[in-house]
Design a protein around this ligand. Structure first.
Ligand code: NAG
Length: 176
């Protein structure tokens, strides 16, 4: 009881978790959508694992605190990548995040994940998958191929044209 009360206060002070009017992708459906958006075969399983650990494939997933927050299916941070200045400026004077993806954070929580994926690729190009803590903790050094096995078997995604052996030769993040 005490614990619950303390926890409730912490949530109130530090932030709110918003999960509303979501499109929740099925795992294989999400993988197919990423293929459509041009994801590389040798990175697909890592993207899928990341989205599962970050948001459970929920497009509206958000973790927003007073100072900063993450937005959408890939949990993109407004500290650098998307613009939440309008709402933040009301609380913090002269707040100005770089908004590297040149996108409004609000656009990252709708059902269209094309802009999310474009921004996620920018993050990947800058930092690799290690930019995402859930990936580092729950996907890196795990056999992420299992996230796609049934999708391939059931022909829910296009066949992948690389082998796991090649994957093993890649450094973390799948960068050549
Ligand atoms: C995803 O759903 C599972 C099962 O309900 C839950 O244990 C896990 O914490 C969720 N993960 C995220 C990132 O929401």
């Amino acid at each position: 009881m005490m614990k619950a009360a303390v926890c409730g206060v912490a949530v109130l002070v530090l932030g709110i978790v918003i999960v509303a009017e979501a499109k929740v992708f099925d795992r294989c459906e999400f993988a197919a959508e990423l293929q459509r958006l041009g994801a590389r075969d040798d990175m697909l399983a890592d993207w899928v694992c990341l989205a599962e650990k970050q948001s459970n494939y929920t497009t509206s997933a958000s973790m927003v605190t007073v100072w900063t927050g993450t937005h959408g299916i890939f949990g993109i941070s407004d500290a650098f990548w998307c613009d939440r200045s309008a709402s933040i400026r009301r609380r913090i004077r002269n707040y100005n995040a770089p908004n590297i993806c040149k996108v409004s954070c609000e656009d990252l929580v709708d059902d269209d994940i094309a802009d999310d994926f474009a921004c996620a690729n920018k993050i990947f190009n800058a930092h690799g998958f290690h930019a995402w803590n859930p990936w580092a903790v729950k996907c890196w050094q795990f056999d992420v191929a299992v996230y796609l096995d049934d999708c391939i078997e059931d022909k829910l995604i296009k066949p992948l044209t690389f082998t796991d052996d090649e994957d093993d030769d890649l450094p973390p993040g799948g960068v050549n």
